[in-house]
Design a protein around this ligand. Structure first.
Ligand SMILES: O=P(O)(O)OC[C@H]1O[C@H](O[C@H]2O[C@H](CO)[C@@H](O)[C@H](O)[C@H]2O)[C@H](O)[C@@H](O)[C@@H]1O
Length: 263
């Protein structure tokens, strides 16, 4: 199966098919949580996985380096979980970028992030199970372990966003406040502007609303998005059910590219 250009993203009612494993010039962009790793009760409980690390390490050279992780996590968290298997990466929704050559560009943190961390911590102290993640340029209020606090957490995050100008980013059992100026779409576009990605066909795998920016950016550059998880309204053209199916797909691509190299 080969990639068919010119097809519009599909509507909610239409099922999306499995992405093709043969895409000439494939430039692969992968989200972390919900795509390469299943969800855990807390962020630090997501651990390296030998199968994931192995396929990422195999794919990098087979794609001539056109492989990047694009995540809401920090670059250091991406490296911890993937055992530094992907030199190119973007952390914190585009606020951190590391090129294939190793140049790291981090946007300066909005001063209001410190006040947001403090307000989130006050909230977490009053709601057992709620966790604050301080990412420097952004902060997250996790309520996976405190689901009853969801509505109050959302109110707090929305109020803080309105007061400070920080960008509200809802996610899976988390409300994040980010330094303005980037998203996963700008991250994908920035990486695609440079070697070895430039001229490739960007394919973004994501599960979250934040990944929709990158799906649209991939489309704009001649590629496509792959939604991971249940069907929803999306700019993605293809869909996979979950993390195991993503790892199977990556293995299949590596096998195909490996055969081409041997032939
Ligand atoms: O862009 P992603 O790579 O998908 O990262 C999104 C956020 O992922 C992490 O939080 C999520 O995963 C945790 C571990 O499974 C889970 O406990 C939490 O409920 C999820 O929201 C990470 O902690 C965030 O910083 C990322 O923005």
């Amino acid at each position: 199966m080969t990639f068919n250009t010119g097809t519009a993203p599909q509507a909610l009612s239409q099922p999306l098919s499995t992405p093709p494993t043969q895409v000439r010039g494939l430039a692969l962009f992968l989200d972390m949580d919900g795509v390469l790793a299943g969800f855990a009760p807390t962020p630090d409980l997501v651990m390296p996985d030998p199968r994931r690390t192995a396929v990422l390490r195999r794919l990098g050279p087979l794609l001539d380096g056109r492989l990047a992780i694009i995540s809401g996590r920090t670059l250091s968290e991406i490296d911890r979980i993937t055992e530094a298997a992907s030199p190119a990466a973007s952390g914190v929704h585009g606020l951190e970028i590391r090129t294939r050559q190793g140049d790291v560009r981090t946007r300066p943190a909005a001063p209001a992030i410190r006040a947001a961390v403090a307000a989130f911590q006050t909230f977490a102290d009053a709601h057992p199970g709620a966790i604050v993640e301080d990412k420097g340029v952004a902060t997250g209020l996790h309520f996976r372990q405190a689901p009853d606090a969801a509505a109050a957490a959302e109110r707090l995050a929305r109020d803080l966003a309105a007061e400070t100008g920080l960008v509200l980013q809802p996610g899976h059992m988390i409300f994040e406040l980010k330094t303005p100026g980037t998203d996963k779409g700008t991250a994908l576009t920035a990486l695609m502007a440079e070697p070895p990605f430039k001229g490739g066909v960007p394919v973004m795998f994501g599960d979250d609303l934040t990944d929709e920016h990158a799906f649209r950016a991939a489309e704009a550059l001649g590629g496509f998005g792959v939604l991971v998880g249940p069907m929803r309204e999306t700019a993605a053209r293809y869909r996979l059910d979950g993390v195991p199916q993503v790892l199977d797909w990556l293995d299949a691509v590596a096998a195909t590219l490996g055969q081409e190299v041997e032939a």
